[in-house]
Design a protein around this ligand. Sequence first.
Ligand code: GRF
Length: 214
Amino acid sequence: MHRLAVLASGHGSNLHALLAAGLPVTCVVSDRKSAGALDRARDAGIPALFVDPDGCNRATYGLRLQACLAANDVDRILLAGFMRVLDSAFVQRWHGRMLNIHPSLLPKYRGLHTHRRVLEAGDTEHGASVHFVNDELDGGPLVLQVVVPVRPGDDEQILQQRVQEAEHRVYPVVGGWLAAGRLGLGDNGVLLDGRVLAQPFRVTPETDLSCLAA
Ligand code: GRF
């Protein structure tokens, strides 16, 4: 099993799901001292590491992060609500070894306020995407998307909750593939168990995910 770091700036509900699923999380790293994710890590007895962005530009912050990860022998990264754009050198170093979960059906709605934008557009479906991280914001190769309905009367908060519940079902599974060394990036795209994924998995929260990969 690879040694995972989870990078998170917020509440850490995805971190909670990853820990509950037994993923080998070696440390949790945040750019916010008061992040709920750090409290969850401490509660779980996992190193909770604040990497201070104070006085850093994007590149020097990448170096600070890298030093922290190296000191903890991390070799795979899961971003879970990490709200800082990572610099190019850092992204390159972790090419094929770092996943993110984004609350939209990419390539729709990159960036922030996805739930609001989905409601404003009148979409009937929404969801979350797990993807490898590259230099394009929320633009890296997709591994899996989980789709949820948008129901009449939904507001931003209800929709966010529905999407997050779906995230908590899928991220531990895909993160588990990464941790187990089954998931990576090759010249022709995403590799799962050595085979190129022709297209990202598209599931619902009800899908039996154990059927996706043997
Ligand atoms: C999630 O909705 C994730 O998609 C986005 O940030 C949110 C993090 O929430 N990238 P939490 O901190 O895991 O509760």
